[in-house]
Ligand binder design. Structure first.
Ligand SMILES: NC(=O)c1ccc[n+]([C@@H]2O[C@H](COP(=O)([O-])OP(=O)(O)OC[C@H]3O[C@@H](n4cnc5c(N)ncnc54)[C@H](O)[C@@H]3O)[C@@H](O)[C@H]2O)c1
Ligand SMILES: [Zn+2]
Length: 368
């Protein structure tokens, strides 16, 4: 229970703390009290059917022991839970539990629960408070930025809102039960945040890779905090997504195309982004924007157990077509976030197909 670390995220709507450390769920009543949440405010815990059996009891018990009234509701542990019909079911649960505008939603789980429960909080009675209790490494990403929402059959995250949490309590002990593949995938976004905004953080990840992959609590805490700090800095400078926020898309233009081309579920999001980051670093080199950096990027991602090359069965034509349809492509030319140096990425528009094709060729080769 030792070293809790705190990062304060400032947004126009509010500023809120992100607490990170081992054993923090035990301290939830203190943290709530400090924030002025008295036990008269009803709470609704939203989780999924994998995380719930592991941690919901612990969270509920520690709060009810301190006099809080905590309802709970669980959704299937799958991306398919991010739907309007699931939102309606959760709303029903809140109404039946007598949740009023003073109430708060506790989102216990990964990004799926965070997005869904966050959107429940954004829409229930026109908006109530919510607290994120992330249990995946990837959720360090979704805990900053205030984006909440659900999917539509015609597109991911098509229905949503900006709704900032009141606080984020990240108990890194929960990561010990996270499947290894999910741990690696989360590290892909940690590496992304380092690479786009903090060169020292990249070196630190390289130095501490063994402890990080073994989920050493102090190192993981530091990695989460620094990742959140980069994202918070980018988001605070660009709350309306005018431009700067596009650098958060580093690795995602190729990554999103790869996720779709390989068939959803073949690569996890983080794995596809890992391949995408190597590709987009190669593209930066190809365009003469940066010194050779792709080998360094690749070695770092491999250290976290991530793939860095395209699978043979993913076709270039399909990737290019998907990238062309990407909402960021304009008039046949492509837009990317590309590296200038480690820790600095820029939005580059008008990238022609030639260099992109050469990049895909290279991304198919054997890693060095
Ligand atoms: N709002 C944002 O800014 C933002 C940013 C990035 C991603 N997202 C969203 O996040 C979602 C992906 O999030 P994710 O990768 O966390 O996936 P997830 O929430 O689906 O969790 C992955 C799997 O791990 C299980 N799990 C979670 N924590 C666990 C634990 N501690 N122990 C054992 N099992 C555990 C879950 O039940 C699930 O099966 C996507 O829907 C994506 O759109 C949102
Ligand atoms: Zn991502």
């Amino acid at each position: 229970m030792s070293n809790m670390r705190t990062l304060t995220v400032d947004t126009r709507a509010r500023s809120y703390p992100i607490y990170v450390g081992a054993g923090l769920f035990k301290r939830l009543p203190d943290l709530l009290e400090e924030a002025g949440w008295d036990s008269g405010r009803p709470l609704m815990l939203v989780t999924d059917d994998r995380v719930g059996p592991l941690y919901a009891d612990q969270v509920q018990r520690v709060l009810t022991d301190h006099g809080y009234r905590v309802g709970s509701v669980s959704v299937p542990a799958t991306e398919q839970s991010k739907t309007l019909s699931q939102l309606e079911e959760l709303t029903t649960a809140c109404i039946q539990a007598g949740m009023d505008r003073s109430g708060g939603i506790l989102a216990l789980g990964g990004g799926v629960v965070g997005d869904l429960a966050g959107f429940l909080a954004a829409s229930y009675m026109r908006g109530i408070s919510f607290i994120q209790l992330p249990t995946t490494l990837l959720a360090h990403d979704s805990s900053v930025g205030g984006k909440v929402g659900v999917n539509h059959p015609l597109g991911k995250n098509m229905i949503g809102a900006f709704h900032q949490p009141s606080m984020v309590v990240f108990d890194v002990e929960t990561l010990n039960t996270l499947p290894a593949r999910q741990v690696s995938s989360g590290y892909a976004e940690v590496v992304k945040h380092a690479w786009i905004g903090d060169a020292d953080f990249v070196s630190w990840l390289e130095e501490n890779r063994d402890g990080l992959t073994n989920l050493d609590p102090d190192l993981t805490t530091e990695a989460i905090l620094r990742g959140c700090a980069v994202k918070a800095k980018v988001v605070s400078q660009d709350e309306e997504e005018a431009g700067l926020r596009a650098i958060l898309n580093y690795g995602h233009t190729i990554g999103h195309a790869l996720e779709a081309a390989a068939g959803y579920g073949t690569y996890t999001h983080g794995e596809a982004v890992a391949v995408g980051m190597v590709g987009e670093t190669m593209l930066g080199e190809e365009l003469g924007l940066c010194a050779p950096l792709a080998d360094r990027m690749e070695a770092l991602l491999q250290a976290f157990g991530l793939p860095t090359r395209l699978r043979a069965d993913v076709r270039d034509a399909e990737l290019l077509e998907l990238m062309r349809r990407d909402k960021k492509a304009q008039q046949g030319a492509f837009t990317f976030a590309l590296p200038r140096e480690v820790g600095r990425v820029e939005r580059v528009t008008g990238v022609p197909e030639g260099p992109l094709q050469r990049t895909l060729d290279r991304l198919r080769g054997d890693s060095g």
